[in-house]
Design a protein around this ligand. Structure first.
Ligand code: GAL
Length: 729
């Protein structure tokens, strides 16, 4: 067993290329592991000179001080068992052992399933619909059911053979099976079209590869250490937690004003209005300048919204039109190829960053714009620059494609907001490794509700935020169900850029839609603390059930039937259900979706009782339960853990501005008592990084809730506890 070497740093250097040292003919051992913090090991393979690492463009540096407070855990692999091969054609391949009973999860925003065992994946930034690993955020990080994680920290296309690819010299290959045995000749099992392989083999075409291994006490601990290593999680402003509405692309200022007024009149919460492409003089490619035919006085318009407590978010894609005033100066700082005929700036160059951010400051930030939606930074091949395009900094087209979404997040977050001590929250359509510190939420055009729910879980395994946005629906029920899902995600948003829908567009469900948006608003104190825990401890605020102790992933194996036309290798399938997730530390969300619009089963983790959120009724401990929309009066199925203490506003508010100083209701579930550390700060600046925050510990015991301030660095954000409800029936 590899012994953890305290916190000392080894010199990484090059590998000892002793042939056969990894026990496999042509591989070398990865020996030189640095150990920068407990549970974190790093190795450099090949030559990293000129290679871009995702952590180089993270929002913050690795949070080593927070990691150093965590327990030491052993290195997860037997010494010498991680192998490497640097091939003559400039490929670097790493081989990481994985046993047959090990299940591997992750690789970013994969919306088909979170389990990725026995698959070949191409982790390239692309539209989700391409599949096979290609997606908006193909984060090269996986976690194992054995309690460790592996991060490939190099901005390159990565091809990963996950427990696939049997070496001839492996000792762990499955037994040979004769596919066509003569009668009465027993076989050790069924013939497999894809025999199990005992490793994850990942390769890049390039000079080098950096690998970071994480270990922890639980899968949640592993993911949290990854997030801390990537700089900790994003802490959005409080307004980011409210309701978002994106208006149709061609809307004018007056139409937008009328829409905002209708939210007020219909008593619907609203915190952010998103403008889609038509706010610019030209789009696809973009000018980033206001279209005064639609928005004659942007400054007055932005101010008018802010006065109502409504923030403005602007859509853009990064490709620049010749009609933009920064086009000429940006031209020499851009790539050889265009996207939609717009130039593609090289934002690794400081001058290019300054040109864009000065223009954005002058036209948007100065007048009060709160953030951006960064579109079109993903794919397809036929839309983006070719892989052989050149960029003036010398950065390869491949590294640029893998990191362009990150570079944009980095530039806007750092140069426009953080530098001015103002927080932002926005959207981005491509991200990648080490993104946890960025307050940008992924979204997609793909629009399958069940995949959007899986996306909630997938995102939580790789330090990214995800919005299962609502656009339109085929029925009132679908509209309600989609709204219920999005209200328990990182961003509660309706994107009506093309559909023109409003939350009240389906009159049969309007009241129920309003109710769930209002419930999200009531839960603001709980949600905001969940994000603070992401920031401070790396704990994902919304997360996959596999990160919850006592949960068993629901998998169904469907054996393959030989069919010479449809299934000539008799390949089977494993169907996994990832249609529920945790919202904050103690609320399990099991949305109704698609065909399950009226009834569904819910898997409860074992090890403690679970209660109905609304009534406090005990629903079980482990096992499956069935819930119906009727039984829940068309509300979202929500279940709460034994001992949960949930701080809420006593009443829903219509903008987060009204949440400040608002009195609290504290709900307590179960019979054993528990506590909650309520986090508070100013909700809008980075002063919390200087210790200006407050923690109120709410402890429930013996029929009472006691409040104690355990950190007193800032005034209270919310009001006093006005009501306590012991929910258990
Ligand atoms: C799409 C994007 C949509 C919307 C649209 C505007 O690419 O996914 O959300 O912004 O562009 O043209």
């Amino acid at each position: 067993m590899f012994v953890e070497k305290g916190l000392s740093l080894f010199v990484a250097g090059f590998l000892a290329l002793s042939i056969g040292a990894a026990g496999l003919e042509d591989l070398s051992q990865v020996k030189d592991w640095e150990n920068p913090a407990p549970g974190v090991w790093k190795a450099t393979l090949g030559n990293m000179k000129g290679e871009l690492r995702y952590t180089d463009i993270a929002a913050e540096k690795p949070r080593l001080e927070a990691l150093k407070e965590l327990e030491s855990v052993p290195f997860p692999f037997k010494e010498g068992k991680v192998g490497v091969l640097v091939s003559s054609d400039n490929r670097v391949m790493i081989r990481i052992p994985a046993s047959a009973d090990e299940r591997l999860f992750g690789f970013g925003l994969q919306m088909d399933s979170i389990k990725k065992s026995r698959q070949v994946l191409e982790l390239n930034v692309d539209h989700w619909s391409r599949g096979g690993g290609r997606t908006h955020a193909p984060v090269p990080f996986y976690i194992s059911s054995k309690g460790y994680g592996v991060f490939f920290n190099t901005a390159r296309f990565l091809k990963v053979y996950v427990q696939i690819g049997n070496r001839k010299d492996s000792k762990n290959n499955p037994p040979f099976v004769d596919r066509n045995p003569p009668p009465n000749e027993p076989q050790p099992g069924a013939w497999q079209a894809v025999p199990f392989a005992d490793a994850v083999e990942a390769q890049v075409h390039g000079g080098g590869l950096e690998v970071v291994v994480f270990s922890g006490k639980s899968l949640l601990d592993v993911v949290s250490r990854y997030n801390l290593y990537c700089g900790g999680g994003a802490l959005p402003p409080l307004w980011g937690m409210g309701f978002w509405h994106r208006v149709p692309a061609a809307f004018t200022a007056d139409q937008t004003r009328a829409e905002v007024k209708e939210f007020e009149e219909r008593d619907f919460p609203l915190d952010v209005i998103g403008l889609e492409p038509g706010w610019q003089t030209k789009s696809y490619p973009c000018t980033f300048e206001w279209q005064t035919k639609r928005f004659p006085d942007p400054e007055a318009f932005t101010k008018e919204l802010l006065d109502k407590g409504v923030h403005l978010n602007l859509w853009e894609n990064p490709y620049i039109s010749p009609a933009s005033r920064i086009y000429q100066a940006m031209y020499p700082l851009s790539a050889s190829h265009t996207v939609w005929l717009g130039i593609v700036p090289d934002y690794t160059i400081p001058k290019a960053r300054k040109l864009l951010t000065d223009q954005h400051y002058e036209d948007h930030i100065r007048i009060g714009v709160s953030g951006y939606k960064i579109d079109e930074v993903d794919g397809y091949d036929q839309w983006l620059w070719p892989d052989h395009a050149t960029f003036p900094s010398g950065t390869s087209a491949e590294a640029m494609r893998q990191s362009y979404g990150l570079l944009l997040q980095n530039m806007l977050y750092t140069d426009l907001f953080k530098q001015r001590n103002v927080r932002t929250y926005g959207l981005v359509r491509a991200s990648n490794g080490a993104a946890s510190g960025y307050p940008f939420v992924l979204y997609s055009d793909s629009y399958s509700h069940s995949q959007y729910i899986t996306g909630v879980s997938a995102a939580s395994l790789g330090g990214i935020l995800w919005c299962p946005e609502v656009r339109s629906a085929g029925s009132g029920r679908e509209w309600l169900n989609r709204t219920q899902t999005v209200c328990f995600s990182h961003m509660a948003m309706l994107n009506a850029w093309s559909s023109g829908k409003k939350p009240w567009s389906y009159s049969d469900v309007t009241d129920k839609v309003r109710d769930v948006i209002k419930l999200r608003m009531q839960l603001l104190p709980y949600i905001y603390t969940a994000f603070a825990e992401y920031n401070r401890k790396g704990t994902p605020p919304v997360r996959a059930m596999i990160l919850e102790s006592g949960f068993k992933l629901n998998e169904r194996v469907i054996a393959g039937q030989l069919d010479s036309e449809k299934n000539p290798y008799a390949e089977g399938k494993v169907v996994e259900t990832t249609d529920q997730f945790m919202f904050g530390p103690s609320i399990l969300v099991a949305p109704f979706y698609e065909k399950q619009g009226e009834q569904r089963t819910v898997e409860l983790p074992e090890g403690g009782n679970w209660y109905d959120f609304y009534s406090g009724k005990l629903v079980g401990n482990g096992g499956k339960i069935t819930v119906t929309a009727e039984g829940l009066q068309e509300r979202t199925p929500l279940f709460v853990k034994e001992g949960a203490v949930i701080p809420m506003l006593t009443k829903a508010v219509n903008t987060t501005r009204q949440a400040y100083a608002h009195p609290l209701e504290v709900r307590v579930y179960g019979t054993v008592g528990g506590s909650f550390e309520l986090y508070e700060d100013d909700g809008q600046t980075f002063d919390y990084q200087q210790g200006k925050y407050r923690i109120r510990k709410l402890t429930a015991a013996n029929g009472k809730v006691v409040e104690e301030v355990v950190k007193d660095g800032a005034p209270a954000m919310f009001g006093p506890v006005e009501s306590v409800k012991f929910m258990t029936q």
